[in-house]
Design a protein around this ligand. Structure first.
Ligand code: PMP
Length: 395
């Protein structure tokens, strides 16, 4: 029987840089002690107070079908949060609750792309981006950024790629690079979107993890509110990755169509999860800061460790739970380095190549183990890079 191209072409075949990750997982299952710095998952679990709110809600009976658009309470809470942070008037009619940011990314592309339309995304990219765009029936077209620009997108490159495109997907703070986009970058992007009549899909799931400056949502830029769909999530801000609770914020008419899409796909998000999310968001910034604190600390330590050597380059670590390290001085590819690091030091990191062509010669390090082990692993990575680079110089 034949399957649809939509599903069989979701991800291109061949080695897409995930070999190291799967090899590390295999080694762990065989009993090897591997230091895992691969996946974007907190080393703490969901706060007991959030679980208590979840439990209470479920026991009080919120276990049936919940309202498809999201509960009034959570939609109001998200709207108030967005309005307070951006100054843009936002009501529940601008909010759809989704099963995580990933479902929101997919729904946003379904909402704006016709089959065969081009959806733009920036390279390097979060691994699911091209598949998400293709899954929505569109053609995923990457726009290159460069290590030399610290992976800040250039408006002229987006403009050059915009022929036939209907949407542009951006992500700040960025996974995998750890950079945040400056106001100037976002203003330039917004200008291209207005001129080229592009929808801007703004993935802001790391908005509580900003180490330098402030998070800027492009929905708040002039004339962007009607063409921007913001993707948010409880996963990173509240260590609720497994709860699958996120949202899309956008114009009312788009949200009403997206509610219709949700009726025919997800049929909403469990009510007790939404009640837990409402509780967590109402707990305010203190809780968000507490959850972000370990990454802030480790990032500060990493800056210190990296400043004391000159083989490994640090892409400006401005936000999110990752460091992007430039290991080109070793003469290795990201993949070669990551494989050798796994074999010789039992440390697993992601090769830059898994996130697109432009991150070649880099590795992504997730700051997701306890401070001491993290600092020690990072030191080992630097020492290993320095050995490789010395060996290369001696050849
Ligand atoms: N966007 C980015 C950039 C991510 O890194 C992730 C998860 N790692 C997501 C979206 C999806 O997150 P979730 O579905 O858990 O909200």
């Amino acid at each position: 029987m034949k399957l649809s191209q939509r599903i069989t072409h979701l991800t291109p075949g061949g080695n897409d840089g995930w070999d190291v990750f799967y090899r590390a997982r295999r080694m762990i299952s065989e009993g090897h002690a591997i230091t895992e710095l691969t996946i974007g998952e907190h080393d703490i679990r969901t706060d007991p107070s959030i679980l208590q709110a979840m439990d209470l809600s479920a026991r009080q009976g919120h276990t049936g079908y919940a309202m498809v658009p999201g509960t009034d309470l959570l939609r109001d809470t998200v709207a108030a949060r967005v309005q307070a942070r951006t100054g843009v008037t936002t009501t529940r009619r601008n909010v759809l609750i989704t099963p995580g940011g990933q479902a929101a990314l997919f729904a946003a592309h379904v909402a704006v792309c016709n089959p065969g339309d081009v959806g733009l995304f920036l390279d390097p990219y979060y691994a699911t981006y091209p598949g998400t765009i293709r899954g929505a029936g569109a053609i995923a077209r990457p726009v290159q950024t460069t290590a030399e620009d610290a992976f800040q997108p250039r408006a002229e490159r987006i403009d050059e790629a915009a022929e036939g495109a209907v949407s542009l997907l951006i992500n700040t703070p960025n996974n995998p690079t750890g950079v945040t986009y400056s106001r100037q970058t976002l203003e330039e992007i917004a200008e291209v979107c207005r001129r080229r009549d592009l929808w801007l899909i703004s993935d802001e799931v790391y908005d509580t993890q900003v180490w330098e400056g402030d998070h800027i949502s492009p929905r708040s830029l002039p004339d962007m509110v009607e063409r921007t769909l913001v993707v948010g999530s409880m996963s990173k801000s509240h260590a609720m990755t497994g709860s699958r609770c996120g949202w899309i914020v956008g114009p009312e008419d788009v949200i009403s169509h997206l509610i219709n899409l949700a009726t025919h796909t997800t049929y909403g998000v469990p009510g007790f999860i939404q009640d837990a999310a409402s509780f967590a968001l109402t707990a305010g910034v203190a809780m968000e800061e507490e959850i972000a604190a370990p990454f802030r600390r480790r990032r500060a330590k990493a800056v210190e460790i990296l400043a004391a050597q000159n083989t490994v380059g640090l892409v400006p670590a401005q936000g999110a739970m990752y460091l992007m390290l430039d290991i080109r001085a070793t003469g290795q590819s990201g993949e070669g380095f990551a494989n050798a690091l796994l074999d010789t030091h039992a440390i697993a990191v992601m090769p830059g190549e898994s996130f697109g062509d432009t991150a070649a010669g880099h590795i992504r390090v997730a700051m997701t183990i306890d401070d001491e082990r993290f600092a020690s692993a990072l030191q080992t990575i630097c020492n290993f890079a320095s050995e490789l680079s010395d060996r290369r110089a001696a050849e």
